[in-house]
Design a protein around this ligand. Structure first.
Ligand SMILES: C[S@@+](CC[C@H](N)C(=O)[O-])C[C@H]1O[C@@H](n2cnc3c(N)ncnc32)[C@H](O)[C@@H]1O
Length: 295
């Protein structure tokens, strides 16, 4: 991003009382994808100096919780702690905040200390991303949203593919307020699927009850799966056709079809395990200093 444009967000933030120009990135993400709703409970991982916390508080007015290695100056209506998001001790505190009810939104704009070496910084960034995703999986309500900043590089695709399996909708977005020289991009994930069941999986199930619309219902790991065309007591093989945050749909298939699909899944898993993992070292890149524009 050109210096005058950078100055634009810097000045805007100063004039509007935001603690960092990064506030505008979250505003632009919100304008595009509507991730925070009124009264949402929000956790922000890597939150200092607090620009995103300010925006989250404005949008939600609900309970907001921020974590950072650095202390965050108080913001009305926001709870903050000092902690490392890759440590169990910190995650325990986040879990305590989330309670049994869980939270609606997890944000992560955390950035590692940059070395200037693209490959090293990318790998450090992915470590933070993995920690944030693990935390999000533990605390998000079904249907919740997750936004995470990733530094692009070889491991981006793997991480993107992994998180996208846990949400109905996933998109990579570069907000205009990100600098054009920056390798950062945001993965926006909506509608958390609170189960490890995946579309295309095959199961043998017992139909235990009936739904209001007349579909049989099976339970897999306590997750509701609607199976059209079945009755209580039926024992059937099903192919999972669609996974929603709180339930799934399965289609009855024959035992023979189920065996063929299982065999195909097993073969493709074996093939994947044999694939060599490639790491490409990018040329060093000079990074702009991150968004600690002013504190
Ligand atoms: C770009 S800043 C976040 C800016 C923030 N979104 C805002 O609007 O003010 C990145 C933050 O990630 C934090 N961070 C980096 N590694 C961390 C870790 N392991 N645990 C917690 N915070 C971390 C840094 O201390 C830094 O404050």
């Amino acid at each position: 991003m050109a210096r005058n444009q950078r100055d634009f967000y810097y000045r805007q933030a100063q004039e509007s009382g935001y603690r960092s120009r990064a506030s505008y990135k979250l505003k632009q993400i919100q304008d595009k994808e509507y991730i925070i709703r009124r009264n949402d409970t929000v956790v922000d991982l890597g939150a200092a100096p607090g620009g995103w916390l300010q925006v989250a508080r404005e949008l939600s007015r609900g309970k907001i919780f921020g974590v950072d290695l650095q202390p965050i100056k108080p913001i009305q209506g926001v709870t903050t702690i000092v902690g490392d998001i890759t440590s169990e001790e910190t995650i325990e505190k986040v879990l305590e905040f989330a309670g049994d009810a869980g939270v609606d939104v997890v944000l992560c704009d955390a950035a590692p200390n940059l070395s200037g070496n693209w490959a090293v910084d990318h790998a450090r960034g992915i470590d933070l991303n993995e920690a944030a995703f693990e935390c999000a999986e533990k605390i998000l309500k079904p249907g919740g949203n997750f936004v995470v900043k990733v530094f692009q590089g070889d491991m981006f695709k793997n991480f993107y593919d992994k998180v996208s399996k846990s949400f109905v909708y996933t998109k990579a977005f570069s907000p205009p307020a990100s600098r054009s020289t920056s390798a950062e991009i945001y993965i926006i994930c909506k509608n958390f699927i609170a189960t490890s069941l995946r579309k295309g999986d095959v199961y043998d199930v017992l139909i235990e009850s009936m739904g209001n619309s007349g579909d049989g219902i099976a339970y897999i790991d306590n997750f509701v799966v609607f199976v059209p065309g079945t009755d209580i007591g039926d024992e059937v093989s099903i192919l999972l056709k669609d996974i929603k945050p709180k339930y799934a749909f399965g289609k009855v298939i024959s035992k023979e079809e189920a065996d063929i699909i299982r065999q195909k899944i097993e073969n493709s898993e074996k093939k994947d395990a044999k694939k060599p993992v490639k790491y490409k070292i990018e040329p060093d890149e000079e990074f702009d200093e991150y968004d600690r524009a002013f504190e």
